[in-house]
Design a protein around this ligand. Structure first.
Ligand SMILES: Nc1ncnc2c1ncn2[C@@H]1O[C@H](COP(=O)(O)OP(=O)(O)OP(=O)(O)O)[C@@H](O)[C@H]1O
Ligand SMILES: [Mg+2]
Length: 168
């Protein structure tokens, strides 16, 4: 559960194309280390998988990132193992328990979760929240909002700000 002691920080990146979103993901992936967890939210087709493609690239994965359609988890190789959860089809949070999620969330890999709001009660106290919204006036524009919870994730975003055009 998220603790109240953590102050809320918000950073915004505006993407104008899938290529920009992938490139942002790549920069983020370069900064992720074992045990890190990124929780992504946003409506259908906003670009969660697109950002994850970039993150996997930044983690030097030779594998193709696909939305896990029948499985809930896809695992990719990289400098560290990458666990890609897509919870779109999860009916209730308890379904996650049968998957041994703790071994992923608290293991030696990097965990990336689409539709993370579906399992809020199982998320660790510290994590990087990413919310993506679409601009109805322009199909290619996306607002990518980072909310780092905890010092480790705040540091990641501060570093990301040095290489990407991220505003408060
Ligand atoms: N700026 C942008 N950033 C990311 N994707 C974009 C952008 N502009 C257009 N797109 C398009 O939006 C779609 C995003 O698809 P993607 O599968 O990444 O979304 P998603 O959030 O993972 O969807 P789902 O909820 O179905 O898993 C792609 O077709 C992509 O080409
Ligand atoms: Mg997706």
């Amino acid at each position: 559960m998220l603790s109240k002691k953590n102050k809320c920080y918000r950073y915004i990146y505006i993407s104008y194309s899938p290529t920009e979103t992938i490139s942002l993901g790549e920069s983020l992936g370069n900064l992720l280390k074992e045990g890190d967890l990124v929780a992504l939210n946003g409506e259908l087709g906003t670009g969660k998988t697109c950002l994850i493609k970039g993150i996997a690239k930044g983690l030097k994965s030779p594998d193709t990132v696909l939305s896990p359609s029948f499985s809930i988890i896809n695992e990719y190789r990289g400098v560290k193992p990458i666990y890609h959860f897509d919870l779109y089809r999860l009916n209730k949070p308890e379904e996650l328990e049968g998957l041994g999620y703790e071994e992923y969330f608290y293991g030696e890999g990097i965990t990336l979760i689409e539709w993370a709001n579906k399992i809020k009660c199982f998320l660790p106290e510290e994590l990087l929240l990413v919310n993506i919204t679409m601009d109805c006036a322009n199909y290619f524009t996306r607002k990518i909002i980072f909310e780092p919870i905890g010092d480790r994730y705040l540091k990641i975003i501060e570093e990301l700000k040095t290489v990407e055009n991220i505003g408060d």
